[in-house]
Design a protein around this ligand. Structure first.
Ligand SMILES: Cc1ncc(COP(=O)(O)O)c(C=O)c1O
Length: 455
């Protein structure tokens, strides 16, 4: 029989996968490989440290039978710890911030953990900060273990013992550049230490969100004021014990837009479904690779699975709300669906038999200055307030006339999957476009709706 004794035996030994389509498009000659940490049983790189920190605690006698593991986590370390806890019979309490995706929060609960959520805006050192909260709960909970992944030596050690050797062996020692993010710093510091021991010429590059402190801190020794960013699990407001910045050759800052764009591209163009931090790292890897020759071997970490972010950056609606959606993905249907902050808008229209007076009332009630004229869900004309009022000045009796007598030509009609650039072209000539789905007019997009998207 071929089997594993428990799920923990599936941690590590993740494969390298070559990137093909995106590198070709960017005219990259170097070989670029993804280290697929998303294939761990908890779908992230952090399974490795969940296991190593619990092994350490058991060895040292810190964690005893029936004990509780308490940790501050952006989710993935919690998942790694919860897997070990499930297999070995411990309880778990995890403290997250409200920035953590609902998917990771529910995943942790499904693995049997209790969750406490703190505001992401709380400053380090204040009582509401998620790390301070985890520490306090650990102090108050008997027979508990607080790993403190930011400072625990078993975190980088797991990567020194496993991630580094796997990359070295799988590349036959040919790796020239290693690119990773810096959250706790465990992955990059531990892996880099092993790789540089094997070959000190290997370059180690950290990819970090704009707003995190690491780049400025490494280059100047000064800790700048952090600013918010959307990518989860990486970057910090303060240095961590496990981020050995001296071993990192260069830190590259990456925007949220680039991170999410590259993470989405990895799914669509390489079939690698990943989280936002992987997008940050891949953006950094491409920047490094573009100046390298054919014999260069760049390895980057795929930190976790895209499944954790289906309601976040893998959702077009979320991307649009954050003003980050790629213009070619901005379809007419999506614009209509989300234009009233998500509330489905009723299309305001009149029929050709309605009176002009009624049409003016409809426009004024709904705060619109133009209105489509529909018959059986098809567009047959339009009314514009200013033109109707000009006609009324000449003949007030028109108020009682049917709309069909005064209406102008219909607004242009476009399909629900029309893209933003085509919609914009139409709006240069017409004040609004109507959107058709299965031969029925279902919505209207005006010039101001499009301007709103570009604010
Ligand atoms: C999604 C994600 N990416 C990257 C990292 C960074 O890994 P490390 O803490 O080893 O620096 C983390 C850490 O929590 C993470 O959750």
């Amino acid at each position: 029989m071929k089997f594993y004794n428990n799920v923990l035996e599936l941690i590590g030994n993740t494969p390298l996968v070559r990137i093909n389509n995106i590198t070709k498009e960017h005219k990259i000659r170097a070989q670029v490989y993804a280290k697929m940490e998303s294939l761990n049983p908890g779908y992230s790189v952090k399974d490795r440290i969940g296991l190593s920190m619990v092994d350490w605690a058991e060895e040292k006698g810190v964690l005893k039978k029936g004990g509780t593991i308490i940790e501050a986590t952006s989710g993935n370390t919690g998942i790694g710890l919860a897997l070990v806890a499930a297999v070995r019979g411990y309880k778990c309490i995890f403290v997250l911030t409200d920035k953590v995706s609902v998917e990771k929060n529910r995943y942790l609960k499904a693995l049997g953990a209790d969750i406490v959520v703190c505001p992401a805006a709380a400053k380090p050192g204040t009582p509401d900060h998620y790390v301070a909260t985890a520490k306090r709960i650990a102090e108050e909970t008997p027979n508990s273990f607080y790993p403190d992944q930011y400072n625990h030596p078993a975190n980088p050690l797991a990567h020194y013992r496993t991630t580094g050797p796997e990359i070295w062996n799988d590349t036959d020692g040919k790796i020239t550049h290693f690119v990773a993010s810096i959250g706790t710093g465990g992955t990059i510091s531990g892996t880099a230490r092993y790789l540089k021991e094997m070959n000190p010429n290997i370059k180690v590059i950290g990819a970090d969100p704009y707003g995190s402190i690491f780049k400025t801190y490494k280059e100047s020794g000064h800790v700048p004021e952090p600013t918010p960013y959307l990518v989860e699990g990486i970057g910090q407001a303060l240095p961590t014990g496990n981020a050995d910045l001296a071993i990192i050759d260069e830190i590259i800052n990456i925007t949220d837009r680039e991170s999410f764009d590259f993470a989405r591209q990895l799914g669509r163009r390489e079939g690698i479904f990943c989280g936002g931090s992987t997008g940050t790292i891949f953006a950094g890897a491409l920047r490094v690779a573009k100046d390298l020759e054919e014999n260069a071997v760049v390895v980057f970490i795929v930190c976790d699975t895209g499944e954790h972010y289906l309601t976040k950056f893998h959702s077009d609606e979320w991307m649009k709300e954050k003003l980050l959606l790629e213009p070619q993905r901005m379809s007419a249907g999506l614009i209509i669906e989300t234009k009233n902050s998500g509330a489905p808008a009723q299309l305001v229209y009149v029929t050709p038999e309605d009176t002009v007076g009624h049409a003016l009332e409809r426009m004024s009630e709904s705060g619109v200055t133009q209105i489509p004229v529909l018959e059986d869900h098809r567009s047959i004309g339009s009314l514009r307030e200013s033109r109707v009022l000009t006609k009324l000045l000449q003949n007030r009796d028109l108020l009682e006339s049917p709309v069909s007598e005064v209406m102008d030509e219909s607004f242009p009609v476009m399909e629900v999957d029309a893209n933003l650039s085509d919609i914009k072209k139409k709006l240069q000539k017409a004040p609004a476009v109507l959107i058709e789905d299965f031969k029925r007019i279902t919505g209207i997009i005006t010039r101001s709706d499009v301007l709103e998207l570009q604010k």
